[in-house]
Design a binder for this molecule. Structure first.
Ligand SMILES: NC(=O)c1ccc[n+]([C@@H]2O[C@H](COP(=O)([O-])OP(=O)(O)OC[C@H]3O[C@@H](n4cnc5c(N)ncnc54)[C@H](OP(=O)(O)O)[C@@H]3O)[C@@H](O)[C@H]2O)c1
Length: 348
C-alpha cells in the first residue's frame, strides 16, 4: 500500500512538533509538506524550529522547507496545529480545495456539520463529513479533535455513561504548561504558582463532551443533556492534564461497579486495529496516590488514559482522578487516530 501524503500546518509549535515525532515511520502516512507563519516560511525546519521534545528532530524533517499555510502543497491529508484565529480562515479554504483537514484548533469544533471526534467515543459521527461536503459544496472536509482537557475526561465519561447514564459532573482540572503552546506561560507567572484561569477553557470542557456523547440522528447530532461545571487551572507540569471529577448518574453507583465499567471499556473493533490505537484505552490505577503526570502520562505511548482514586462522592455518586497526555492523546496523537479511522472507513 502506498502511503498517503500528509501536510502538517503549524509544524514548529508544541503540537506541530508532536506530529513531526509521531509521524516518523508511520505505516500509512508520509509527511510531504510542513507549514508555519511568516516568521518561518522559506526556512528549513531545523532552522525555524526550537525543538522542545526529548531527542533530536527526526532526520526526515530537518531539511524540509517551511511553506505558507495555503492551498497548493502536495498532500491529500492535512494535520492542522494552527492557532484558532488562523485556522478559522485557512482550514475552510483547504477543505474547499479538496484537502481532508484533521484539526486540533477550536475554530470549527462547534459547527453542526463538523465531527468532534474521538474514535473510541463516537466513531459514527464521521458520517457528518458527507453532510458537510454536500452542504458546503467542498471536495474536502474538516474533522476536529476536542480540547485537550475534554479528551481524557470524555473517554472516561463514555465508559461510565454506557454503564450508568450520566446526569451531572463537577470537574476541576490541573493543566500542563505544554497545553499553552510554546513559549506559553512566562516562567515568573507559573513557578511557585497556580493560575486559576485559562481563557475559553471552561466553556469547552462543559460543552464538548455533550456533542461527542451525543447521538447521530439523520444529518445531525442530538447533544447529550449532561450538565458539567468546570474549573480549569494551569499548573507547573510539563505534559499531562489531570482532572478531578465528581459525577452524578441516573442511579446510585458503587465504586467497584464504576471501576469495572472503566476497566472493561473497549474500543470498537474498527478502532482497536488502527496503528495508533493503544492496547488499553483506559488503565485504572489502584495505588491511592495515582495517577500522577510524570509517572502515568506516557502509558500506551501517551494514548492510554489513566483513572484512579475511584470512590464514593458525598455530593454526587462517584469521584475519580483522570489523567491524559495533552499533546499526544489530547492533540497530535488524537488527530492521527482520527485520520486513521477516516482511512479505515473509506472516507480518506
Ligand atoms: N498544546 C496543546 O496541548 C493543545 C492541545 C489541543 C489542541 N491544541 C490546539 O492546537 C493548536 C496549536 O497549539 P500549539 O500549542 O502547538 O501552539 P503553538 O506552540 O503556539 O504553535 C503555533 C504554530 O502555529 C504556527 N502559526 C502561528 N500563526 C500562524 C499563521 N498565521 N499562519 C500559519 N501558521 C501560523 C506557528 O508557526 P511559527 O513558529 O512559524 O510562528 C506554530 O507552528 C491551537 O489551536 C491549540 O489550541 C493545543
Amino acid at each position: 500500500m502506498s502511503k498517503t501524503k500528509v501536510a502538517i500546518l503549524g509544524a514548529t509549535g508544541a503540537v506541530g512538533q508532536r506530529f513531526i515525532q509521531l509521524l516518523e515511520n508511520h505505516p500509512w502516512f508520509e509527511v510531504s509538506a510542513i507549514t508555519g507563519s511568516d516568521r518561518s516560511v522559506g526556512q528549513t525546519y531545523a532552522k525555524a524550529c526550537r525543538w522542545v521534545l526529548p531527542g533530536q528532530i527526526p532526520t526526515y524533517a530537518r531539511e524540509m522547507t517551511i511553506l505558507p499555510s495555503e492551498p497548493g502543497f502536495e498532500a491529500k491529508l492535512v494535520f492542522s496545529a494552527l492557532p484558532s484565529h488562523s485556522a478559522k480562515t485557512i482550514e475552510p479554504l483547504l477543505a474547499q480545495a479538496g484537502y481532508v483537514v484533521c484539526s486540533n484548533a477550536s475554530a470549527h469544533r462547534t459547527w453542526d456539520d463538523v465531527p468532534l471526534l474521538i474514535p473510541e467515543v463516537n466513531p459514527d459521527h464521521t458520517a457528518l463529513t458527507v453532510v458537510q461536503r454536500k452542504k458546503r459544496g467542498w471536495d474536502g472536509f474538516i474533522v476536529t479533535n476536542p480540547n485537550c482537557t475534554s479528551t481524557g475526561l470524555t473517554i472516561a465519561l463514555r465508559a461510565l455513561h454506557d454503564a450508568f447514564t450520566l446526569k451531572r459532573a463537577f470537574v476541576v482540572s490541573m493543566q500542563a504548561l505544554s497545553g499553552a503552546g510554546y513559549p506559553g506561560v512566562a516562567s515568573l507567572d507559573i513557578i511557585d504558582n497556580v493560575i486559576p484561569f485559562i481563557s475559553g477553557e471552561e466553556d469547552k470542557v462543559e460543552t464538548e463532551p455533550q456533542k461527542m456523547l451525543g447521538t447521530l440522528v439523520g444529518d445531525q447530532i442530538d447533544f447529550l443533556p449532561v450538565q458539567i461545571s468546570a474549573h480549569t487551572n494551569r499548573v507547573a507540569v510539563t505534559d499531562g492534564h489531570m482532572v478531578c471529577a465528581s459525577v452524578e448518574f441516573a442511579q446510585q453507583v458503587a465504586p467497584e461497579a464504576a471501576t469495572a465499567a472503566l476497566e472493561g471499556f473497549r474500543a470498537p473493533a474498527v478502532v482497536a486495529s488502527l496503528p495508533s490505537s493503544p492496547d488499553t484505552v483506559i488503565q485504572v490505577a489502584s495505588a491511592p496516590d495515582r495517577p500522577q503526570p510524570s509517572r502515568d502520562r506516557d502509558a500506551g505511548n501517551g494514548m492510554t488514559i489513566t483513572v484512579g482514586r475511584i470512590r464514593t462522592d458525598p455530593l454526587f455518586h462517584i469521584r475519580f482522578v483522570n489523567l491524559s497526555h495533552n499533546t499526544i492523546r489530547g492533540a497530535a496523537g488524537g488527530a492521527i487516530l482520527n485520520a486513521e479511522l477516516l482511512k479505515a472507513q473509506g472516507l480518506l
